[in-house]
Design a protein around this ligand. Structure first.
Ligand SMILES: [Fe+2]
Ligand SMILES: [Fe+2]
Length: 256
């Protein structure tokens, strides 16, 4: 089975549809968040699913989709969107079983913000003013709670799943080792990436062979705690695509 991964497409900056970027030879495409803001990402994914009816589309939201949509509202809507097309699946802390024993668990994932320097994060990261949860800006505690929710549901899944191929998807990478390669290590790494190496190890021990993420505007093909980590990120128009090209470009596919 051929898997294509796309994240951080950021349609809100260039106005392109996602459908032309789907590889026609893909069996599954994972859209790993920041496709656009608000429900535009949903429309783009639906258009693509309708144009490519034989390709399974699996979507998780990123933080930027929530810049135009309260997270509580998203949680209330997401299951309804799963009725839009038979080959379109939105995952938020839940899994889906596909053909050939492939199971995918997905969600935004968030970060556990594992640094004591929360004040700096709160001041520097736009999410804390741009994302609402029940009508109020998300807090440091909300972030940590959402990341705990992601992992407690993921753990329930990978401990009970009988799938042959188990894939874990999150918008936020779940190891700080997946920080953007170009930048010096700093406290923002703990916003961009959760510090969940122990849980990644546990996932690997329970048969998770691949994790897919986005968010950093870097791309990678590597391994953490023995679990393969893949990311294909477009980023903003002014950003370099060298890292994306180095892992084969947006059109590349992974055989699973
Ligand atoms: Fe992004
Ligand atoms: Fe993001």
């Amino acid at each position: 089975m051929n898997l294509q991964i796309i994240s951080d497409f950021h349609e809100e900056h260039h106005g392109h549809d996602i459908a032309p970027y789907i590889n026609k030879d893909a069996d599954i495409v994972i859209l790993a968040g920041d496709i656009s803001t608000g429900t535009t990402g949903v429309s783009l994914a639906l258009d693509s699913a309708e144009l490519h009816p034989s390709i399974t589309h699996v979507v998780v939201f990123g933080n930027h989709e929530l810049y135009d949509l309260d997270y509580a509202e998203y949680l209330a809507l997401v299951n309804m969107w799963n009725d839009l097309a038979p080959n379109l699946h939105f995952l938020e802390n839940r899994s889906i079983s596909l053909e050939n024993g492939i199971e995918i668990f997905g969600g935004i994932g968030w970060s556990n913000l594992n640094t004591p320097n929360h004040k700096e994060l709160h001041e520097r990261v736009q999410d804390f003013s741009a994302i609402d949860y029940y009508g109020k800006p998300v807090t440091i505690e909300d972030f940590r709670h959402f990341n705990n929710e992601y992992w407690s549901n993921a753990q329930k899944w990978f401990k009970t799943s009988t799938g042959k191929t188990k894939i874990l998807v999150s918008h936020f990478p779940q190891s700080t080792a997946l920080k953007h390669k170009q930048y010096e290590k700093n406290d923002l790494d703990y916003y961009f990436c959760a510090d969940r190496d122990l849980e990644i190890k546990e996932a690997g021990e329970h048969g998770v062979s691949l994790m897919v993420s986005g968010h950093t505007h870097d791309s990678f093909s590597t391994s953490i705690q023995g679990v393969r980590q893949e990311s294909r990120q477009v980023g903003y128009p002014f950003e370099s695509n060298d890292a994306l090209d180095a892992v084969g470009g947006l059109n590349s596919m992974i055989v699973i």
